[in-house]
Write a protein that binds this ligand. Structure first.
Ligand code: HEC
Ligand code: HEC
Length: 459
């Protein structure tokens, strides 16, 4: 990648902070962000409006502001799809924290807008820099790098892609989504867009036109989308009531506080063991509510998915069918990446297959999956509950059975109905767009004081 080499080699001659920006930006674009780099970079990678020195691939361009602006326009451009009707924003609505725009379980796509996939659309917030997928994750801060936490990271429900620009190519080419047959088709659509000239001016090599080289045009296009996805105001604003609470601007209600305590309590909800509510790195206050670990929860089969009409079909996450490199690893069948719980209260369908449709049901599922399975799984012809009915029996040993699934010693569920309600109340504090009482009467600061917590916060 010529521009990456250029960035890295030119970085040496810049002021240290600028060099930091350059290295972070180029590493991010190339997908080379190690966890350490993410930590070091998260504060400087933001397009602040004053970053006139950023990235300078061809002299003074493209700037991060240019790329962000172009990426934003591409994100909602239906002209980039084969049907002319679908954009990224059709499924990832900015007004719904970049999650599904409607109550509809799956958004239709494809050439004739009549096809669907079989996975729930995730929110794209707080995923600006996930660790690359690894089978063996060692968390240095929490355990001194001793404990292997198993498969972690990557993008999508099965972590099968690592960088934002590689990811962006997937929906553009997916026959169920934007359905382009190849990069040339994408570049041709891009060349017809309202921003084609601005794009060419920003990213063409000196004396050349980017559209003469469709592969490079598409690479820059996906880099622009990736850069947009780093924009703090859009993708990680940290403006929830919980963030306000962390900034001492507002108190939580008694129910929300009880819910938070249950969420954290290792003997009750134990939710924070996978959806951390504090940042593991000292001095960083704003957690992402996911450790990106891949775990099997045995969520019920969703009979409303077209793919599930075939009784032989199973979405097994890490071991396929969408992910193919771990196909021969039965110990990974049924594992899906832990999602962030930020903005979860805005969603209508939950889990990778959208099998549950209320947040209260999700929390109750954790408490009673194993104490009252008939509530969650259908009855078979043999009058037995078809437990774990979306996972073939040979993979049941993969299913997580720790707290909160593990019943109390007397056999009761870990959480009673009132405690479940309290956790749901707490989850409601994680939605962005909360205006603290002070800010509601006085003009809100342009950029909330999120930086006060320290330089870095991992996604
Ligand atoms: C038809 C609906 C649809 C469209 C259009 C669509 N997406 Fe998605 N997106 C999804 C679904 C479903 C997933 C989950 C895929 C999976 O896990 O295999 C997803 C996953 C993602 C992820 C990974 C999120 C994570 O949790 O790691 C990113 C990033 C993303 N999409 C960005 C985009 C961009 C950029 C575009 C436009 C170029 C786009 N999407 C277009 C439905 C859509
Ligand atoms: C052992 C790790 C683990 C624990 C403990 C855990 N979760 Fe999860 N959580 C996951 C994984 C993995 C998923 C996705 C599973 C899937 O889709 O198959 C998930 C999904 C969710 C979702 C759905 C989010 C969405 O966007 O669809 C919610 C809500 C949730 N968890 C809340 C909780 C709460 C509340 C608790 C505590 C009572 C909890 N989790 C405990 C790992 C965990």
């Amino acid at each position: 990648m010529r521009f990456l080499v250029y960035w890295l080699s030119s970085a040496a001659t810049w002021h240290p902070r600028v060099r930091g920006v350059l290295l972070c930006a180029s590493a991010a674009v190339a997908g080379l962000l190690t966890q350490a780099l993410v930590q070091a970079c998260s504060d400087v990678m933001e397009p602040t409006g004053t970053d006139t020195h950023f990235p300078m691939v061809y002299g003074d361009r493209p700037t991060v502001a240019q790329l962000t602006d172009l990426g934003r326009r591409m994100f909602s451009d239906t002209g980039l799809s084969a049907s002319g009707k679908l954009s990224c924003a059709s499924c990832h609505d900015p007004k719904a924290a970049y999650g599904p725009p409607t109550r509809r379980l799956l958004q239709p796509g494809g050439l004739a807008m009549d096809r669907t996939g079989f996975r729930n659309t995730p929110s794209l917030r707080y995923l600006h820099s996930p660790v690359a997928f690894t089978e063996h994750f060692y968390e240095v801060e929490a355990t001194g790098g001793k404990d292997d936490q198993g498969p972690t990271g990557g993008r999508t429900w099965d972590g099968r892609v690592n960088t934002g620009h590689d990811q962006a190519l997937m929906p553009l080419m997916d026959a169920n989504e934007m359905a382009n047959p190849g990069k040339e088709a994408i570049a041709a659509r891009l060349a017809k867009s309202a921003y084609a000239n601005a794009f060419a001016e920003a990213v063409s090599p000196p004396g050349e036109n980017i559209f003469d080289d469709p592969d490079s045009a598409v690479l820059w296009m996906t880099v622009a989308i990736e850069t947009f996805e780093q924009s703090r105001a859009d993708f990680h604003p940290f403006t929830s009531k919980f963030d306000s609470y962390l900034r001492d601007e507002v108190d939580l209600t008694p129910a929300e506080k009880r819910g938070m305590a249950l969420f954290n309590d290792m003997k009750k909800g134990n939710c924070a063991s996978c959806h951390p509510s504090t940042h593991k790195q000292a001095g960083v206050r704003f957690p992402a509510f996911t450790d990106l670990g891949h775990v099997a929860l045995a969520v019920p089969r969703n009979k409303d998915l077209a793919a599930n009409q075939d009784p032989e079909f199973f979405d097994l996450g890490l071991c396929g069918p969408l992910r193919t490199d771990l196909r021969d690893r039965p110990e990974y069948c049924g594992l899906f990446r832990t999602p962030t719980l930020r903005n979860v209260a805005l969603r209508h369908h939950f889990f990778h297959n959208g099998a549950l449709h209320s947040l209260r049901d999700v929390v109750e599922f954790y408490a009673t999956r194993d104490t009252n399975p008939r509530k969650w799984y259908p009855m078979g012809a043999d009058h037995q509950v078809q437990k774990y009915n979306d996972l073939p029996r040979q993979y049941w040993t993969n299913v997580n059975a720790d707290i909160p699934f593990k019943p109390l010693p007397d056999g009761r569920a870990r959480l009673n109905p009132r405690e479940i309600n309290d956790i749901v109340a707490f989850l409601g504090t994680l939605s962005d767009g909360f205006l603290p009482p002070k800010a509601a009467s006085a003009p809100a600061p342009a950029r909330p004081a999120a930086r006060a917590g320290g330089a870095c916060r991992r996604s």
